[in-house]
Design a protein around this ligand. Structure first.
Ligand SMILES: [Zn+2]
Length: 230
């Protein structure tokens, strides 16, 4: 961890009203991020482009209604700071704030207007215990506030601890992930859902989740991430 990151982590413990991307003090109207950062975030605008790079990752593998991510993720960037604050520095409100920001943009598009529910990718219970929350669920909560859609945490769950991904090749990773997620049918109408994750890299996690959701008959699955690693 660099010195800058260390100072930001230390400051945010005592001064929660600093920008979670750059560390600057926030004014009363700003929520989690300063106006300058929000203005300069590396937006993907994937929601305007149905055949975007992320959506293409699913082509020929699983059927998704749409796939989009809010920001591009690059090492050493402000987006990395945000993800760090959300995942490793006990700042769940960062996920909520990102969800609200993104939904303000998405709410004008039909894909996001008739959803039955928002389903966060579940994390392992020992991570919940350590972190105190599921970061994807925080993102979902922010989206839910603006899109006026419930967050469903009773559908998709993790079945077992996955083995280390590091030693596996791409095929091995996909096979490994598919054993990890399972879904139980909802006792309410759930046909059109938004599946949300924090950072999307290979899409292996999402692919496994999508298959589990399709197994219980969910037809339209829209995928959304906070950040996308190119
Ligand atoms: Zn800032």
């Amino acid at each position: 961890m660099g010195l800058g990151q260390y100072i930001r982590d230390f400051s945010s413990m005592f001064f929660p009203n600093i920008c979670q991307a750059c560390g600057k003090l926030l004014n009363v109207k700003e929520d989690c991020f300063c106006t300058t950062c929000v203005h300069h975030f590396p937006y993907t605008n994937f929601h305007l482009q149905p055949d975007n790079t992320l959506a293409k990752q699913f082509w020929g593998r699983v059927n998704v209604s749409s796939a989009s991510a809010f920001l591009y993720f690059n090492k050493g960037s402000k987006v990395q700071n945000i993800v760090h604050q959300l995942k490793y520095n006990k700042q769940p409100q960062v996920g909520v704030a990102i969800g609200k920001l993104y939904a303000q943009e998405l709410k004008q598009f039909p894909d996001y207007q008739n959803l039955d529910g928002i389903i966060p990718v579940p994390i392992h219970p020992h991570k919940i215990k350590k972190r105190g929350y599921n970061q994807s669920e925080q993102f979902a909560l922010g989206l839910a506030q603006v899109l006026n859609t419930p967050v469903c945490t009773d559908i998709l769950y993790r079945t077992e601890e996955r083995e280390s991904q590091a030693t596996k090749n791409r095929i091995g990773r996909f096979e490994n992930m598919q054993k990890v997620f399972n879904a139980v049918p909802a006792n309410y109408a759930l046909e059109n859902v938004l599946l949300v994750d924090d950072t999307i890299t290979t899409g292996a996690t999402l692919e496994a989740c999508i298959m589990a959701l399709q197994n219980i008959g969910i037809k339209n699955i829209h995928v959304l991430g906070i950040a996308f690693t190119q």
